[in-house]
Design a protein around this ligand. Structure first.
Ligand SMILES: NC(=O)c1ccc[n+]([C@@H]2O[C@H](COP(=O)([O-])OP(=O)(O)OC[C@H]3O[C@@H](n4cnc5c(N)ncnc54)[C@H](OP(=O)(O)O)[C@@H]3O)[C@@H](O)[C@H]2O)c1
Length: 295
């Protein structure tokens, strides 16, 4: 049950968080959103902001004395940046902060936790098995995996710790750093988009509302499970760029990169479908229309 539950959410000012807070509040939860100093006005009246720069050891605000659930979403914003992606800065947010948030939550009686990881931790696969064909070595992917280890360590002490690994998430309010947002921005600037020959990577973009739905369902039905979540279908990047270009009525300029091998990050939604058969599934064409306005 979520009604009446005190839920702590980190990353509440981010894409998923901004969509999650009102849904939790509408379900009757008492929602507390961890925000960096100065970010309190971004939290709407349906949640109470708690000031905590997660790069710092302790919160500025006093955390509630009792909590029922925690959703840990916070992550570096420009996480895929080639420059400035120092392992130490990722460790600070994705590992160290995760440990402190889980500790704070556990000492306040939390019985259920959701840790939002990423499909990048699983690495690309070859389609024959889900085993990665390359070990993820980017600081973001590595540290999110270490964050998963912390979440797994909580299992056994809580009623349920769900790890959710989304594919590229998109939706209204997305940051400029997401895969689809970057494609759209380059189209608008009439800049070429580089994709691996011949059609780019195979990915499963997922609409933000579908991820929120799974997080809320995981809080309502706590389970120790790690599940991936993508959209209903996988697409090659070339198709996504062409669909975006058509919808935005912009020319698509593609630069095919023959030096890079196209990898597969498509997602098997089997676990999410089994656990939550009635979950929200937004198709890419529908999500595209809900996310980007036509001019
Ligand atoms: N979006 C995707 O495509 C995607 C795909 C797979 C997995 N995920 C995972 O999903 C989670 C949420 O992603 P998102 O895209 O919704 O997030 P986002 O839009 O990138 O926002 C990141 C959130 O983390 C907060 N944050 C960053 N550093 C912080 C700090 N030092 N102290 C407190 N808060 C801090 C940000 O606060 P500010 O507003 O103050 O910056 C913001 O609320 C992340 O863990 C990410 O790894 C996302």
């Amino acid at each position: 049950m979520i009604g009446g539950a005190a839920i702590l959410v980190t990353g509440g000012t981010g894409l998923i968080g901004r969509h999650l807070l009102p849904v939790l509040a509408d379900a009757g939860a008492d929602v507390f959103a961890v925000v960096r100093p100065g970010r309190e006005p971004l939290v709407e009246a349906n949640a109470r902001p708690l000031v905590w720069d997660l790069a710092e050891a302790s919160p500025v605000s006093r955390l509630p004395s009792r909590l029922d659930g925690v959703v840990h979403l916070a992550a570096p914003r420009n996480r895929w940046a080639a420059r400035g992606a120092s392992l130490a800065s990722h460790i600070r947010i994705s590992v160290d902060a995760a440990a402190r948030v889980f500790d704070a939550a556990q000492s306040r009686g939390v019985s259920k936790a959701v840790y939002v990881s990423t499909i990048a931790v699983a690495g690309p696969h070859d389609g024959r098995s889900t085993r990665p064909v390359a070990v993820p070595s980017h600081p973001y992917a590595m540290t999110k995996r270490w964050g998963e280890e912390l979440a797994i360590a909580l299992r056994g002490r809580l009623r349920g710790v769900t790890i959710v690994r989304p594919g590229p998430v998109y939706g209204p309010g997305q940051s400029p750093f997401g895969l689809l947002a970057r494609f759209a921005a380059r189209l608008k600037r009439r800049e070429p988009i580089a994709i691996a020959a011949p059609h780019g990577r195979l990915v499963s973009p997922v609409f933000v509302g579908d991820v929120v739905d799974v997080i809320v369902a995981s809080l309502a039905q706590p389970t120790n499970v790690t599940m991936s979540i993508g959209g209903p279908r996988a697409y090659r990047e070339l198709q996504l760029v062409e669909d975006l270009a058509e919808w935005l009525a912009l020319p698509a300029r593609i630069r095919v990169d023959t030096g890079e091998r196209p990898s597969r990050f498509d997602i098997d939604n089997g676990d999410a479908d089994r656990l939550f058969p009635r979950r929200q599934r937004t198709s890419w064409p529908e999500g595209l229309r809900l996310t980007w306005r036509r001019h």
